[in-house]
Design a protein around this ligand. Structure first.
Ligand SMILES: [Zn+2]
Length: 72
């Protein structure tokens, strides 16, 4: 499924600070939207951006390979 991140970025904002987001991608596939202000990443799962504060991954964890917050 084609996923137009540029279009998504026009309507998406960080739910925490309402700031603009930066697309993160791996091998040309968008994997998340990062908020520089909050230093968190909102993951894209099955082509669906998960724009929930509770589901956001700290940027340092994301860069270390973490793709979802731990349950506990
Ligand atoms: Zn933010």
């Amino acid at each position: 499924m084609r996923f137009d991140t540029e279009e998504m970025l026009k309507i998406l904002a960080c739910p925490r600070c309402i700031g603009s987001l930066q697309t993160l991608s791996e091998d040309g596939v968008a994997t998340g939207f990062a908020c520089e202000n909050c230093s968190v990443v909102y993951p894209i799962r099955d082509d669906i951006p998960v724009m929930l504060i509770d589901e956001s991954v700290p940027r340092k964890d994301w860069d270390a390979g973490v793709r979802q917050v731990s349950a506990g």
